[in-house]
Every structure is written in C-alpha cells, then in structure tokens.
Write a protein that binds this ligand. Structure first.
Ligand SMILES: [Zn+2]
Length: 81
C-alpha cells in the first residue's frame, strides 16, 4: 500500500475558496449585503482600526484611522476572529 496517487490531490482543476469570492455578497439598496447562497443578511465583524497615511496631503504628518470590518455570512461562514 505505498502507491497512493498523491498527484491527483494536488492537481485540482478548479479551486474554490469559501469566503474569498467578492461576488458572494450582494449589495442591497440600503447599503447592506445579502448572501448570494442563502440570502441571509451579511454581518460585519469589527476587526480593529488601520492607520491610513495620506502622502499626497499638503499637511504632512496627517494620518487617519479607518475601521476594518470583516464581512461574513452567519449561515455559510464562521465568524472571523
Ligand atoms: Zn449564506
């Protein structure tokens, strides 16, 4: 039992990654998102803040913080951590 076809495993013709498909979330008119698969409202998990440096700004030294949210479907995906 030493001749396992390991090649067949690594050579997948189609790669599907759950959660990495931007078309997975359908934008609604009220700025919320719905899951394309199950229709549930997409939740946003607050992940923290990122500092955004605007180098083109005439006022040097200006940095802005921007909240980061990770969208996820409560039905199809696990809550991001
Ligand atoms: Zn879903």
């Amino acid at each position: 039992m030493s001749s396992l076809p390991t090649e067949a495993v690594s050579k997948g013709s189609k790669k599907e990654k759950a959660g990495s498909d931007p078309d997975r979330y359908l934008r609604q008119e009220d700025d919320t998102y719905k899951c394309r698969d199950c229709g549930a409202i997409i939740l946003q998990k607050f992940m923290g803040v990122a500092t955004v440096w605007d180098e083109s700004s005439p006022c040097s030294g200006g940095g802005e913080t921007e909240p980061i949210y990770a969208p996820f479907c409560p039905n199809c995906e696990e809550e991001p951590s």
